[in-house]
Design a protein around this ligand. Structure first.
Ligand SMILES: Nc1nc2c(ncn2[C@@H]2O[C@H](COP(=O)(O)OP(=O)(O)OP(=O)(O)O)[C@@H](O)[C@H]2O)c(=O)[nH]1
Ligand SMILES: [Mg+2]
Length: 305
């Protein structure tokens, strides 16, 4: 039939730090999902919408899979797997740089995800990411073989989300698997996430990049006030950074307030780009003891049930 529309959800699943959010941003052509070199950066499933002619896809970037059991980690894992319920197509992303160093094929901790997606119910495409850092391509052979063995029906795409190598082919294949269904979004919509949420994520990204290895995991960011009415062309935003302990507060603020100021400046620049207005961003650090155990606050963050 002519002009039959296709629409569906592509769920991006994979170990933490594989590069899922980096790929989503590249596919959408703008920053929607935050990225950092640290694991467990993504906390909420984030949508990115692509419309190409008769095909429209909602990509769901999920929190990375890992084996941590502390704090909110199990909640994040559950939400990643829960996204599968919406999937028409699964994109499983693996880090080639990590697996190329292994000689024994797939890591044992991938077993649960292989089990979850490998029952043949959904089409699975595997994106073997970060091939840009694997100089000797022959080193990829064992992992390619291991993937083919674990998921015989899956199509395999070596890519680099960073440089763009292989991404067009992967996108084409993902879109081609979507079912016939009417489009659900305006062609220029890029995400279903509210801009306020995206702004809070930008602040969280800058904190992830500015702080050491432990602290980012005990922090959350909420938007307390958003005012675009009092002055045309200016958005005034007040965001709270929640830390779990009193002793974390000075670490976030830094000597003479330098660290918080730096985080604020970097976040403001990105939020201005996203909104296309000037932004006045006020950040304040709030101690919310043990927020990771507070169901109502977790719900406010979109992390609870
Ligand atoms: N060299 C290289 N680095 C990449 C590539 N893709 C992503 N990265 C880097 O890998 C790190 C993790 O990227 P993310 O996009 O945050 O990974 P993620 O899978 O979303 O991680 P979680 O949200 O923690 O699950 C960042 O430092 C990226 O810059 C790639 O193709 N090549
Ligand atoms: Mg991510």
């Amino acid at each position: 039939m002519e002009n039959m529309q296709r629409f569906g959800h592509v769920v991006m699943l994979g170990p933490t730090n594989a590069g899922k959010s980096t790929l989503l941003n590249r596919l959408i052509g703008q920053k929607i999902s935050i990225v950092s070199p640290k694991p467990q950066t993504t906390r909420n499933s984030i949508s990115g919408i692509i419309t190409q002619g008769d095909v429209q896809a909602v990509f769901l970037d999920t929190p990375g899979l890992h084996r941590q059991k502390r704090g909110i980690a199990p909640l994040l894992m559950r939400s990643a797997y829960a996204a599968l319920a919406q999937a028409d197509v699964v994109m499983l992303m693996l880090d080639a740089a990590q697996y190329a160093r292994r000689i024994d094929g797939l890591a044992p901790d991938l077993k649960p995800v292989v089990k979850a997606v490998g029952d043949g119910r959904l089409p699975v495409l595997v994106a073997l990411n970060k091939v840009d850092v694997v100089r000797e391509k022959v080193k990829l052979l064992p992992v390619l073989e291991a993937i083919a063995e674990a998921l015989p029906a899956a199509e395999l795409f070596p890519i680099s989300a960073l440089t763009g190598v292989g991404v067009d082919e992967l996108l084409k294949a993902l879109l081609s698997r979507l079912p016939e269904a009417p489009h659900q979004f305006d062609p220029d919509e890029v995400s279903t996430a509210p801009v306020r949420f995206l702004a809070s994520e930008i602040v969280r990204e800058k904190l992830f990049l500015a702080l050491g290895d432990e602290l980012p995991y005990s922090m959350a960011v909420t938007i307390e006030d958003w005012d675009e009415k009092s002055k045309p062309g200016l958005t005034k935003i007040r965001a709270a950074i929640h830390v779990g302990r009193e002793s974390h507060k000075p670490m976030v603020i830094g000597k003479g307030g330098e660290r918080l100021k730096d985080v604020g400046q970097k976040a403001r620049a990105d939020i201005e780009e996203m909104l296309g207005t000037q932004v006045f961003l006020e950040l304040w650090v709030k101690v919310r003891r043990d927020w990771t155990d507070d169901p109502s606050f977790l719900r406010d963050l979109g992390l609870g049930q």
